[in-house]
Design a protein around this ligand. Sequence first.
Ligand code: NIG
Ligand code: FE
Length: 413
Amino acid sequence: MNLNVINIKELGGILPAGTTALRGQEMRTFSTIENAFLTIENGKIAGFGTMDEFSQNDHQTLDISGQCVMPAFVDSHSHLVYAGTREEEFNLRLQGASYEEIAAAGGGILNSAGRVATTPQEDMMAQSLRRLERLVAYGTGTIEVKSGYGLDAENELKMLRTIKDMNALGQATLIPTFLAAHAVPAWAKEQGLNDASYTKYMLDACLPTIQKEELAQFLDGFIERDYFKLDALQHLIEASKASGLPLKIHVNQFYDIGGIQMAVAAGALSVDHLEVMTSEAMQSLHGSNTIATLLPSCSYFLGIPYAPARELIENDTIVALATDYNPGSSPGGNMQLVCNMACAKMKMTPAEALNAATINGAAALNLSGRKGSITVGKDADLIITKPIPSLNYLCYDFGTNHIQTTILGGHIQ
Ligand code: NIG
Ligand code: FE
C-alpha cells in the first residue's frame, strides 16, 4: 500500500542513511521536524519533510493533525514465547523469598521449563501471539525473542520453531535467539553435567538443526555466579565463531564475574542487564562496538539496582533499551513504560531513551540498515501517537498507551 501521512505534529527519529548506532553524546538528540509529512511506498519510507515541501500524489492520504510519528520500537531483548505465568512466585517474593531462593527451590526458569515441556506448541503459540498483539498496540515493531525455557534439545527447538511460526504470520518482525545456557535442569545434573558441560552439550545438540532450519540469528547465555560461569561463556564464544551466530549475553545482573570483559573481548554484539558494574567492566565497554542493553523494567520488578545508564553514556558506550519481557523478572513488554523508567530511574533524557529504544535497539539486532529510524529506504515500521504535545511526552506520562496506530511494513495494524 502507498500512503501519505500528513500534518504530522512532530516527526522524530530522523537519521542519515548509513547510521548504524548512536554512541555516548550522539544519543542526546532525537532528531525531529515539526508540521511534517511522510510517504510510504511498497512498505518502505519513500520520503518525508515539512508540509510546505509536500506535493500531492495519487497515494491514499492520512491526515493526523495534532499527532506525532516516530519509528516503531525495536525491543532487542525478550523472552516473549513461554507457557503459563508465575504470579505465585511474585507473591512469594513479596513475602520475603529472593529470586535466587525461588530458583534454587525449583521455581523460576525451571518452573517455566516445566510448563513449556507440557504445553502443546499450538497452545504456547496462541498465548505468545496474544502477548505480541498487545505489544504491537504499544508500538513495538521488531522484537528479539529468546528460547531458553526448553532446557533440553527437543524443547529448545520447540521454542525456536514457535518463534519461526509466529514470524511467518508477518505482523511484527521477530528475531530469534538461541539461549543455550539459561539454567541447568535436573536431568543434566543427574547425568553429572555442570554449567559448562551442559552448555557444550546443548550447543552441540541443537546448533546443527538450528542452522539447517534457520531457527536462530544469535546465541545467548546467562553468565552469572550462580548460573553459568566463564567456562560456559567460553563454549558460547567458540560456538559463535564456528556457527557465525553473534553473541548477545545476559551478564552482570546480580554479580560481576568478569563476563562483560570476556564477552567484549570476543566481539559480542551486546551485553545485556548490567545492573552490577565494576570499573573493569565499564572500561572494557569504553568506545567498544558491543552494545550495552539495559532492562529497567527487570530492575523495577525484582527490586534490584538499575544499570548505571548515565555512566555508560558518558563512557562513550552504545546504550539500547529493551523490555526483557518474561514471566519471572519482567512480566510486561511495554516499551513506552521502559522509556519512562529509563528516564525516571536511570536519569536518561527522553531523547536518549527514544534513541536507545529505536536505532540502538536495531543495532543490537544487526538491523540498523532496515529498522529503527526515519530514513528513506527503511521499512515503514512506524508509530502514530494519539494527540500528545510532543514525542518526549511518551517518556513522561506513564501508564497509559499513547499509541493510536502502529504501521508495520507499510501496513496499518
Ligand atoms: O533476563 N536473567 C535471566 N533470565 C531472565 C529471567 C528468566 C525467568 O525468571 O524466567 C531475565 O531476567
Ligand atoms: Fe532476559
